[in-house]
Design a protein around this ligand. Structure first.
Ligand code: AN7
Length: 333
């Protein structure tokens, strides 16, 4: 039975017998073979896999880090948690705080958070503050309010978030029997790429090249400078000043990987391909990983060995984006 990532990886996480474990049985997510995608990039069957992080309890990878961050906040006697979020961190913090009996205060950008994530934050009883401006503004406001309140910040500046999220690397390596050659993932605040790298390093042995993808209109790590007004259809990664910049660049350089960008059109094409060809509905930001893989193919980047694309969040988080497209009506044939 899956009892959550703290139970599964207790020996590799900063917890003790005294840590009250707040879990929703996150982690142990599927690693799905994607043979049609493999064919689309010219590889043989069994070489491309999708890590379905949308199968976590609140529908995103954030739950791995949140179980640890909220458990430690409770252990340390915190009265509440605070975060800024493009939505998924908010939904996850709200759920784990509810379970822990802690207050949860959330700062979100006024425009552009997917509706499913707001529904989750509200249902779990968090106190939602809409900040005029983008995520980066919400982050600034959130940090100063948290300090005033004396509450725990559960953004990925909280080291327990990264500790929890590194468990995804352990699972991928266990499921494949070894780490993959290449691991593709979307990059926003860059906590996740930092966490995967930490996880693979702790495992020892051969480490994958980490291939991180930002949206072209929100690509500070590709441009090498902050983006004042980030723009992309992938609202989860609409971030101009990533918190874990240093971790991301270290992961890129030490793994001989790269951090590149994909356009909104490339993200949407991958998003639709995954749903239609593989039967996997992820949210737009998540499809940036697969858009990155397809871009590598187009640009003739050598692809070999086993490849994992991380799909960070579930498609139902954002039920509005699919309504923009045209669909084929029923026809006799
Ligand atoms: C689906 O919830 O930043 O590079 O505030 O929701 O670790 O930031 C979400 C980020 C990728 C990027 N995919 O991960 C937030 C938030 C999805 C996401 C990312 C996010 P990081």
């Amino acid at each position: 039975m899956n009892k959550g990532v703290i139970a599964r990886y207790r020996g590799r996480l900063p917890v003790s017998d005294k840590t009250p474990v707040v879990t929703l049985c996150e982690g142990s997510t599927p690693l799905l073979r994607a043979d049609l995608l493999a064919a689309a990039v010219g590889l043989r069957e069994g070489s491309v896999y999708l890590k379905l992080e949308g199968m976590n309890p609140t529908g995103s990878f954030k739950d791995r880090g949140m179980t640890l961050a909220v458990s430690k906040a409770l252990e340390e006697g915190s009265q509440g948690v605070v975060c800024a979020s493009t939505g998924n961190t908010a939904a996850s913090a709200a759920a784990y705080a509810a379970r822990a009996g802690l207050r949860c205060i959330i700062f979100i950008p006024k425009a552009g958070v997917a509706v499913g994530k707001i529904a989750q934050a509200l249902m779990h009883g968090s106190e939602l503050v809409e900040v005029r401006g983008n995520f980066d503004k919400a982050m600034t406001v959130s940090l100063s309010r948290a300090a005033e309140l004396g509450f725990t910040v559960v953004n990925s500046v909280n080291p327990y978030r990264i500790e929890g999220q590194k468990t995804a690397a352990f699972e991928v390596a266990e499921d494949l029997g070894a780490p993959p050659e290449l691991l593709f993932l979307p990059v926003g605040n860059a906590g996740n790429i930092t966490a995967y790298w930490k996880g693979f390093c702790e495992l020892g042995g051969r480490r994958p090249r980490l291939m991180g993808y930002q949206a072209a209109g929100a690509a500070p790590l590709v441009l090498g400078r902050d983006v004042e007004d980030p723009k992309t259809v992938a609202s989860a990664i609409r971030i101009g000043k990533p918190l874990s910049r240093a971790g991301a660049l270290a992961a890129r350089d030490q793994s001989a990987g790269l951090i590149d960008s994909v356009t909104d059109a490339e993200i949407i094409a991958a998003y639709r391909l995954l749903a239609k060809a593989e039967g996997v509905f992820c949210e737009p930001a998540s499809a940036a990983s697969v858009a990155g893989l397809l871009k590598c193919r187009r640009e003739k980047v050598p692809l070999s060995g086993r490849i994992v694309c991380v799909l960070t969040g579930h498609g139902l988080k954002d039920p509005q984006t699919p309504m923009r497209f045209k669909y084929r009506p029923f026809k006799e044939r």
